[in-house]
Design a protein around this ligand. Structure first.
Ligand SMILES: *[C@@H]1O[C@H](CO)[C@@H](O)[C@H](O)[C@H]1NC(C)=O
Ligand SMILES: *[C@@H]1O[C@H](CO)[C@@H](O)[C@H](O)[C@H]1NC(C)=O
Ligand SMILES: *[C@@H]1O[C@H](CO)[C@@H](O)[C@H](O)[C@H]1NC(C)=O
Ligand SMILES: *[C@@H]1O[C@H](CO)[C@@H](O)[C@H](O)[C@H]1NC(C)=O
Ligand SMILES: CC(=O)N[C@H]1CO[C@H](CO)[C@@H](O)[C@@H]1O
Length: 407
């Protein structure tokens, strides 16, 4: 009797101490998460490193803009399946060079292969032209950002991807790692180094007929050239970016005049989509501290072309995964390396969704036939690689000081 009482007593002590341990863990986590958005990224790094194995914070949500042109519908569908997660939002944009029929067929394949409850995928119904040599591609990205803001009130980051890109981590990996990051970080690769190529891109005055004619036409150049601006500093970089919701709103709402002024300047500039977000964010006092000089893409340059990165193949898989990036580009449509990525990295069967903690199906077939709780993440080795890469980016000595430096 006495012994029994004693053991009950010790069990309850144990329970109480477990409960208080849990409470302390939750409380310390609450403290660190509530202070992280306003604290400097330096301390973010520490929180990020030290709290990685404690109770996971709530996962974020991404709004993807997947853009393609004529004939890209099958690639966009494949990209969508490789990126799909019920927490995320997806906007598919087939520019005006693709027939309306292609857009309708894309929408109907989404309706048939995605569950009817998935209101998180949309196809842009009335797109404009998108000419990467002019400024209409930028117009298409801004259209996508505006639509994502209007359609879905609940995402944290806006991610632009080209049809030639592909993920090299699962969405569970990405959501898991990003759940530890302050929601105000922007991943925008940029440089203020304006070499002769960039100056050749910035001094000409162009007209992009994609902005005012319904038929597709080539960009034409005015005979006069203009000086480089001195009212603001120009920054350039790749057009794939990961923008915080707050910065996306800043660009789209235009309450501050900077995004609008730069938009009007870039309207007559070649390849405006490679400069716009970089220039807005680096010239804005409000946002120039929230930038990370990397877009989490793995690309490989060769010296034959300085305009586009090289097309990746099966031999590049090792370097791709070693890079710790979340996405890679450029790929040819249905290249064997994509099948290899599906098999080795994403664990995705042909025509299936990329599996995650929300997929409950057992046995053969697509495990994502049976939907579970989208908040349950099962990060794999990709999360470790991405985590290491982001910790490197955040802990770099120059992270705070070298941002948007005018070289
Ligand atoms: C942010 O912009 C302001 C004003 O242009 C500039 O003084 C400051 O150095 C910038 N900060 C960073 C980190 O680039
Ligand atoms: C790059 O240039 C070097 C020297 O000009 C040349 O030897 C090499 O083969 C080139 N590499 C590629 C991938 O074109
Ligand atoms: C992989 O990266 C290493 C080191 O940067 C480089 O030497 C090698 O050429 C790369 N492999 C391929 C296939 O590009
Ligand atoms: C840190 O940043 C500097 C300058 O941007 C760069 O040269 C260096 O490679 C970076 N180091 C790491 C570990 O990323
Ligand atoms: C559980 C745990 O490791 N919590 C830590 C999270 O980070 C903060 C600040 O960096 C620490 O004070 C907590 O102890």
């Amino acid at each position: 009797m006495q012994a029994e009482k004693k053991s009950i007593y010790s069990i309850s002590i144990l329970t109480i101490s477990l409960v208080s341990l849990l409470f302390i863990l939750c409380f310390s986590f609450y403290l660190s998460s509530s202070s992280s958005p306003s604290s400097a990224p330096r301390s973010t790094t520490l929180t990020f490193l030290s709290n990685f194995s404690s109770a996971p914070p709530p996962p974020p949500s991404f709004a993807y803009l997947l853009s393609g042109s004529d004939g890209d519908a099958p690639r966009l569908l494949r990209l969508l399946s490789a990126l799909y997660h019920p927490r995320n939002r997806y906007l598919l944009h087939l520019d005006l060079s693709a027939s309306h029929d292609q857009r309708l067929r894309l929408a109907s394949s989404i309706r048939s292969s995605f569950p009817p409850s998935s209101s998180n995928v949309a196809v842009v119904g009335r797109p404009g032209h998108s000419n990467p040599r002019g400024s209409s591609t930028l117009s298409a990205s801004l259209h996508g950002a505006a639509a994502a803001l209007r359609l879905w009130p609940d995402w944290d980051w806006f991610v632009t991807l080209d049809a030639s890109a592909y993920p090299i981590v699962t969405q569970d990996d990405l959501l898991h790692v990003f759940s530890y990051l302050p929601r105000d970080l922007n991943f925008v690769q940029h440089s203020s180094h304006i070499g002769w190529r960039e100056s050749r891109r910035l001094k000409p005055i162009i007209v992009d007929p994609g902005l005012h004619l319904s038929a597709r036409g080539a960009v034409f150049y005015a005979t006069q050239r203009r000086d480089l601006p001195d009212a603001y500093k120009i920054f350039t970089g790749p057009n794939s970016v990961i923008l915080s919701r707050e910065f996306t709103e800043f660009c789209i709402m235009g309450v501050d005049n900077l995004p609008r002024t730069l938009l009007m300047y870039y309207a007559n500039t070649p390849a405006a989509h490679k400069n716009y977000f970089q220039t807005v964010i680096c010239n804005s006092v409000q946002f120039n501290r929230s930038i990370i000089n990397h877009n989490l893409h793995h690309v490989q340059w060769d010296n034959s072309s300085k305009v586009d990165p090289r097309v990746l193949g099966v031999d590049d898989l090792t370097n791709m995964t070693l890079s710790g990036a979340a996405f890679a580009m450029r790929f040819s449509a249905d290249d064997p390396v994509l099948d290899l990525i599906d098999q080795v990295v994403l664990n995705r069967g042909p025509g299936q969704f990329v599996p995650g903690g929300w997929c409950l199906g057992r046995g053969s077939g697509d495990p994502c036939r049976v939907w579970g709780d989208p908040d349950i993440l099962r990060p794999g080795p990709g999360a470790r690689r991405l985590e290491r890469a982001i910790v490197d980016l955040l802990s770099n000595e120059s992270f705070r000081n070298n941002k948007c430096i005018w070289e």
